[in-house]
Design a protein around this ligand. Structure first.
Ligand code: 86X
Length: 721
C-alpha cells in the first residue's frame, strides 16, 4: 500500500488529517524529540510501538504471528504475554516474516502492515491491542504509517475500525499490560496506584464540561458529539470514573421505570413471576456452559479479592444468568406438573467489553430484564417466544414511539446456545445503522440437556416412564432502549421525549411579565399557572410549573426543550384576559391556543397526538430508508445512502460472511465525502416476519443477490451497532 492509498483508506475510517514528515527515528524517545520540532501536530497524543512476535510452533504449522500494538512506554514482556495468550516461547519475528508476510521491515512496522498480509495468512494472525491505547480519555495515537520518517495521529476508534476492516482478521485481543505486569510474580504496588490519579483528572474535566448549557453541535453535523451532549446536558446520564460505566440519572431512570411497569404487567398476564438470583457465579458453574461461554470468556469480569486477601475461588459477575438459574430449574422441576416454570429478573449484568463504550448502547454494566422459562413442548415455548417479542415491539412502538422490524436472526447472528433467536431491530436514521432492540430465544433442549432439566412423559403409560428434556426460552431487553429513543427523536435543541415515558409531560411557563406589571398582576399570573397545573395533575398528568423569577421565559424554554418535555404551556397577562393558554409542542414546535374551558380534554388529547405523531414520523423515515435491493451493484451504494436493505437471500452463513467482507471492501475509497461513516461491513439484522410482497421470491427462480444461490426470503441487511 502506498502512503496515498493508506491515507485514503484511513479517511474512510474517520481520519481527516494527513501524515507529518520528520527525520527518521529509531526509538520512541527520538520520535518524541522529532515530533516536538514539527508544527501543526496535535497538542496531546500517545506514542506507540508495534511489535511482531512468533510463537514456537511445529515446522508444518502455518506461521501464526502475534502483532502487538502498544503504548510506547508499556512494558510488553513477551514471556508474560505468551502465558496470557497460551502460546509457547514468543520471540520477535525474523526479517523473513516481516518482508514476506507483512511487506515491511524492522523500524517501519505499524498496524497498517496488517493491510498487506495475504488472505491465506491473515486468519492465523493474532492481534493484541494495549488497553492503554483504548482507555477513555486517550485522544490521538501516533503511528508511522509507512516508515519512521512519517507520523499519523489517529483516534482510537479509527485504529479499531481499521483492524475490523482488515478482511479475514479475527477479533483483536485487548490486553492490559500494566495489569499483566502487576500480576507477575513480583508485583509492583506502585503500578496499581497510578490509574485512579488519571481518572480523577478526567472527572474534573467532565464536571467542568457538564456545566455548559445547550447543545453545541447539530445532530447531522457531529452525531457522536451531539449524542454525548444530549444525554449528559439533558441530565439523563453522567459520566463516571470507571470507563464504560455511566450514571443513570432520574430523567432516564423514569423512562426505564415506565418500561418496567408496562413489561411487568405484560409478563404477569403470561404467568411469569419476578425473582432475584445472586450476581456472583463460581467458575465451576459458569463453565458448565463451556461451549458457548468460550467466545465470551474475555468479557467476563471476576472478583478475586476481599480486603487484602485473595478469595479461595474467584467469582465471576454474571454476564447473563443461564448458568446461575438452570441448576435450580433442574432442582425445582421434578414432574411435568411443575411446568411451565416462568421466571424473570430485573437486574444489572456486567460484560467487560473493549469496543468503544457508548452511553446506553454499549456499557460495561447495564440494566436489563432476563426472562427464563421451561415448557413441556416446543409449541408452547414458541408461542411464548413470540408473545414476548410482541411485548418488546410494543415497548418500542407504543412507549418509545420507535418503529422496529421483527424477525428471526440468521444462523450467524443468533444466540449460539439456542435454537432460534427472534429480534426487534431498530434503525438510527442519522447514521443509517440498524440496532438490535431486544431478543427472545427458543433454546430448544440444548440447556435442559446440559443441566439435566427433565420430567417424565405425561403421555407414557406403564412402568417405563421415558424422560423428556424440557423446552426452554430466554429473553432480554436492556436500557439500550433509552439510547435508541434518544437517537431517533432528539433534535438540535436536545432531547425529545414521547409523552408516555416523559417524567415531566407538561411544563407551564408564565410569560410576558415586564417592569410595567405590578406585583399583584404577577401574582395573579403565577396563580393561574398553578391552577392550570393543579387541574392537569388531577387528570393524572405529570406537570411542572417554572416560576423561577431569576430566569427569562426564553431561558426556561431552552431549559425544558433540552430536557425533552413534550408540551409547554405559556400563559401571559393577555392569555389571562382571553381565558386561554398557548400550547407549544416539543416535537414540531407547533403553537396552538387552547381555551381554559377545554383544557381537560384538549391537553390529554394533544399529548396523545404527540405520542402518535412521533411514531408516525419515525416510521415514515424508517420506511423511506429500508430499501429493497435486487442486485449487488446497488447494495453498497444503498448502505452509503444511510439505508438498510431488504435483499433476496440464500440464508447461507458463508454468504453472510462474504457480504460483510465485500461490503466493507467495496466501500473503501467510495465515500470520501462522508468520513464519519466507517466503511463497516454489513450484517444480516433479521429475516423479517413481514416480507415484502413485491417483487415476490419465486422458489427455484429468485437468486441471492450476492452469490446467486437460490434465494429463500428477503433478509434485512445493514451496517449496525
Ligand atoms: C447471550 C443470551 C440470553 C438471557 C439473552 O439474549 C436474553 C437474556 N440471556 C445471552 N450472551 C451470553 O450468553 C454471554 C455469556 C457470557 Cl459468559 C458473556 F460474557 C457475555 C454474553 N453475552 C451474551
Amino acid at each position: 500500500m502506498s502512503i496515498a492509498e493508506l491515507i485514503s483508506k484511513l479517511n474512510t475510517l474517520g481520519f481527516s488529517e494527513s501524515a507529518f514528515e520528520h527525520a527518521a527515528v529509531d526509538t520512541v524517545d527520538q520520535w518524541a524529540e522529532a515530533l516536538a520540532t514539527v508544527s501543526g501536530v496535535p497538542s496531546d497524543y500517545v506514542l506507540t510501538k508495534t511489535l511482531i512476535f512468533k510463537p514456537k510452533q511445529p515446522k508444518s504449522a502455518p506461521i501464526a504471528p502475534v502483532v502487538v500494538i502498544a503504548k510506547g512506554d508499556s512494558g510488553t514482556n513477551s514471556t508474560l504475554l505468551g502465558k496470557e495468550l497460551g502460546l509457547k516461547d514468543l520471540r520477535f519475528a525474523n526479517d523473513d516474516v516481516l518482508t514476506n508476510i507483512f511487506k515491511t521491515s524492522k523500524g517501519s512496522v505499524s498496524p497498517f502492515a496488517l493491510g498487506n498480509v495475504p488472505a491465506e495468512n491473515v486468519e492465523h494472525i493474532k492481534v493484541v491491542v494495549d488497553q492503554a491505547l483504548l482507555a477513555d480519555g486517550v485522544g490521538k495515537i501516533a503511528f508511522h504509517p509507512l516508515d519512521s520518517t512519517r507520523t499519523v495521529f489517529i483516534a482510537p476508534a479509527t485504529l479499531t475500525s481499521f483492524l475490523e476492516s482488515v478482511p479475514g482478521l479475527a477479533a483483536f485481543r485487548p490486553i492490559d499490560f500494566e495489569k499483566l505486569a502487576a500480576a507477575a510474580p513480583a508485583p509492583k504496588p506502585a503500578a496499581a496506584e497510578k490509574k485512579p490519579k488519571k481518572a480523577a483528572k478526567k472527572e474534573v474535566a467532565e464536571v467542568v464540561g457538564s456545566a455548559k448549557l445547550g447543545i453545541e453541535v447539530t445532530k447531522e453535523g457531529d452525531f457522536a458529539k451531539w449524542y454525548q451532549q444530549v444525554v449528559t446536558r439533558s441530565e439523563m446520564l453522567d459520566y463516571y470514573d470507571v470507563s464504560g460505566c455511566y450514571i443513570v440519572r432520574p430523567l432516564a431512570y423514569f423512562v426505564w421505570q415506565q418500561i418496567q411497569e408496562f413489561f411487568d404487567g405484560g409478563i404477569r398476564n403470561l404467568g411469569v413471576k419476578n425473582c432475584y438470583f445472586p450476581m456472583f457465579v463460581s467458575s465451576r458453574v459458569l463453565e458448565r456452559e463451556k461451549d458457548h461461554i468460550e467466545g465470551f470468556a474475555p468479557e467476563v469480569a471476576w472478583v478475586t479479592r476481599a480486603g487484602s486477601s485473595d478469595l479461595a475461588e474467584p467469582l465471576a459477575i454474571r454476564p447473563t444468568s443461564e448458568t446461575v438459574m438452570y441448576p435450580y430449574f433442574a432442582k425445582w422441576i421434578q414432574s411435568y406438573r411443575d411446568l411451565p416454570l416462568k421466571i424473570n429478573q430485573w437486574c444489572s449484568v456486567v460484560r467487560w467489553e473493549f469496543k468503544n463504550p457508548q452511553p446506553f448502547l454499549r456499557t460495561r454494566e447495564f440494566l436489563w430484564q432476563e426472562g427464563h422459562c421451561a415448557h413441556l413442548t416446543k409449541d408452547e415455548a414458541m408461542v411464548e417466544v413470540r408473545d414476548i417479542l410482541e411485548l418488546y415491539r410494543r415497548i418500542y412502538e407504543e412507549l418509545l414511539a420507535v418503529p422496529v422490524i421483527e424477525g428471526v436472526k440468521s444462523e450467524k447472528e443468533k444466540f449460539a446456545g439456542g435454537v432460534a433467536t427472534t429480534t426487534v431491530e431498530g434503525f438510527i436514521p442519522t447514521t443509517g445503522r440498524g440496532i438490535q432492540g431486544g431478543t427472545s430465544h427458543y433454546l430448544g433442549q440444548n440447556f435442559s440437556k446440559m443441566f439435566n432439566v427433565v420430567v417424565e412423559d405425561p403421555e407414557a403409560t406403564g412402568a417405563e416412564r421415558p424422560k423428556l428434556f424440557v423446552h426452554q426460552t430466554s429473553w432480554g431487553l436492556s436500557t439500550r432502549t433509552i439510547g435508541v429513543m434518544v437517537m431517533v427523536h432528539g433534535d438540535d435543541k436536545g432531547l425529545v421525549l414521547p409523552p408516555r415515558v416523559a417524567e415531566t409531560q407538561i411544563v407551564i411557563v408564565p410569560c410576558g411579565i415586564t417592569v410595567k406589571h405590578t406585583d399583584e398582576e404577577r401574582r395573579k399570573l403565577y396563580d393561574a399557572c398553578l391552577d392550570v397545573a393543579h387541574q392537569l395533575k388531577q387528570l393524572g398528568l405529570r406537570v411542572e410549573t417554572d416560576l423561577r423569577d431569576n430566569y427569562t421565559p426564553g431561558f426556561k424554554f431552552s431549559h425544558w426543550e433540552l430536557r425533552g418535555v413534550p408540551l409547554r404551556l405559556e400563559i401571559g397577562p393577555k392569555d389571562l384576559e382571553k381565558q386561554s393558554v398557548l400550547t407549544v409542542r416539543r416535537d414540531t414546535f407547533a403553537k396552538q391556543p387552547v381555551s381554559r374551558s377545554d383544557i381537560e380534554t384538549a391537553i390529554p388529547a394533544l399529548l396523545e397526538t404527540i405520542q402518535k405523531d412521533m411514531l408516525v414520523k419515525a416510521r415514515k423515515t424508517m420506511d423511506e430508508r429500508v430499501k429493497i435491493v435486487l442486485d449487488w451493484e446497488n447494495f453498497v451504494p444503498t448502505l452509503n445512502d444511510k439505508c438498510l436493505t431488504l435483499i433476496p437471500w440464500c440464508e447461507r452463513e458463508e454468504c453472510e460472511e462474504q457480504i460483510k467482507e465485500r461490503s466493507s471492501r467495496d466501500s473503501l475509497g467510495d465515500e470520501p465525502e462522508d468520513d464519519k461513516a466507517p466503511s463497516m461491513g454489513a450484517k444480516s439484522l433479521c429475516l423479517p416476519y413481514n416480507q415484502p410482497a413485491e417483487p415476490p421470491i419465486v422458489p427455484g427462480q429468485t437468486k441471492c443477490i450476492q452469490c446467486g444461490h437460490e434465494a429463500k426470503r428477503y433478509a434485512l441487511f445493514g451496517r449496525s451497532y
